[in-house]
Structure formats: structure tokens, C-alpha cells
Write a protein that binds this ligand. Structure first.
Ligand SMILES: O=C(CO)[C@H](O)[C@H](O)COP(=O)(O)O
Length: 213
């Protein structure tokens, strides 16, 4: 099980500062969608250059032109790129094909997919690397989370790794881990804390224990 730090509400310099504080406790650093919107793929490039041993995920949430977007993010240094599960199979196939050429993994974000079990089965057959259940900020504000969705996709996904994102905090991490995802994605649960390093270290410990129920 791996831990991914999501950086959403920072500029490039702030991102570097946060990553330097917690780098030894995370496996993957996500350049979040708002950062890419504000700073472009330069953010992916600069973080990869500054922290070459970390895998950088570009949270592009691709909805079209899968192959092209994966190519550009890979050139910037991304090791993982996100594609939306709600898009059509052609976009996901294009992303997977380009990902294979570039050595870049594809994470399908299932945000706002209605029949999550059915779509997870379909996406799994397209050869993606990760399938991620995700409660976005707007639904988090309405009190929702993705724990039940994670259990649902775990029942049907045969090939891809599973991931979970959306409002995960140190207190809720044990419940998340009990559903055994391969990847846990945490943004505000680390970046919103005073002592980010300590929280990331505690999360890493729980994630690496894995078998915790
Ligand atoms: O992709 C995102 C929002 O669309 C976030 O990166 C993801 O939800 C993780 O952040 P947080 O733990 O703060 O919810």
C-alpha cells in the first residue's frame, strides 16, 4: 500500500516547501488540478527535477485527447496521469496506449461515475494501472466520502490497483486501510496540518502496516 500527497492549493514554490518537509514519508506527489490550471505542466517538471526519487502524478483529469495529454504530461516528468472514468473508452484506450510507450501509468478517477461497479469492470478491462474512487471537494462539503465505493470496486476489479481519494484524515485512515486499497491519496489531511511532517509520518506508518483492521 502506498501514500500519495495531493498538492492542490499551492504555487510551485509552496509545493516544493511542503514536499521537502514530508518527502521521506510519501511515495507519490500529486500536482493537483488547480496547480496545473494555475502553473501549467511546468509545476510537474519543476517538482520532478527537485525530487527525482519521487513519482509525480499529474492530476489532469483528462476527458478527451487521452494520448496527447499523456504524452505532454510524460514529457514534463509525470510518472502517473489521471483520466476521468466518466469519459469514453476511446480516450482511455488512447491514454493507456501512450502510457505504455512513455512508461507512464494511467490512473482512472471515478469521480461522479454513477454505476461505479459496472464502469470499474469496463475500465479494468481497458488495461489501466489504477482505478480510484474519489469524493471531490464539493461533495465532501455535503458530508460524503468514498469508503463504500472503495469496497464496491474492490469486489469487481481484477487487474488494476485500487486507489481512494477525498477528504481522508489521520482519524479516518484506519477505516480506509481496512478496505485494503493499493494507494491512499491525501491532500488537506496533510497540507492543512500545522505539523505536516509528523502527520505524514503517522499516516505512512499506518499505510505500511497494511493489515490493520
Ligand atoms: O483531486 C482532488 C480534488 O479534485 C484532490 O487532490 C483529492 O481530493 C485529495 O485531496 P483531499 O484529501 O484534500 O480531498
Amino acid at each position: 500500500m502506498e501514500l500519495q500527497l495531493a498538492l492542490d492549493l499551492v504555487n510551485i514554490e509552496e509545493a516544493k516547501q511542503v514536499v521537502s518537509e514530508v518527502q521521506e514519508h510519501i511515495d507519490i506527489v500529486e500536482i493537483g488540478t488547480p496547480v496545473v490550471i494555475n502553473e501549467g505542466l511546468r509545476a510537474v517538471k519543476e517538482i520532478k527535477e527537485a525530487f527525482p526519487s519521487l513519482t509525480v502524478l499529474a492530476d489532469l483529469k483528462v476527458m478527451d485527447a487521452g494520448g496527447y495529454e499523456v504524452m505532454k504530461a510524460s514529457e514534463a516528468g509525470a510518472g502517473i496521469v489521471t483520466i476521468l472514468g466518466a469519459t469514453d473508452d476511446a480516450t482511455i484506450k488512447g491514454a493507456v496506449e501512450e502510457g505504455k510507450k512513455q512508461g507512464t501509468k494511467i490512473l482512472v478517477d471515478m469521480i461522479n461515475v454513477k454505476d461505479i461497479e459496472q464502469r470499474a469492470k469496463e475500465v479494468d478491462e481497458l488495461g489501466v494501472d489504477y482505478i480510484c474512487v474519489h469524493t471531490g471537494y464539493d461533495l465532501q462539503a455535503a458530508g460524503e466520502n468514498s469508503f463504500e465505493q472503495l469496497r464496491k470496486i474492490k469486489r469487481v476489479v481484477k487487474h488494476a490497483k485500487t486507489a481512494v481519494a477525498g477528504g481522508i484524515k489521520l482519524e479516518t485512515l484506519p477505516e480506509v486501510i481496512s478496505a485494503q486499497p493499493d494507494l491512499v491519496i491525501v491532500g488537506g489531511g496533510i497540507t492543512g496540518q500545522e505539523d505536516k511532517k509528523s502527520v505524514a509520518a503517522q499516516m505512512q506508518k499506518l499505510v505500511k502496516q497494511k493489515a490493520l483492521v
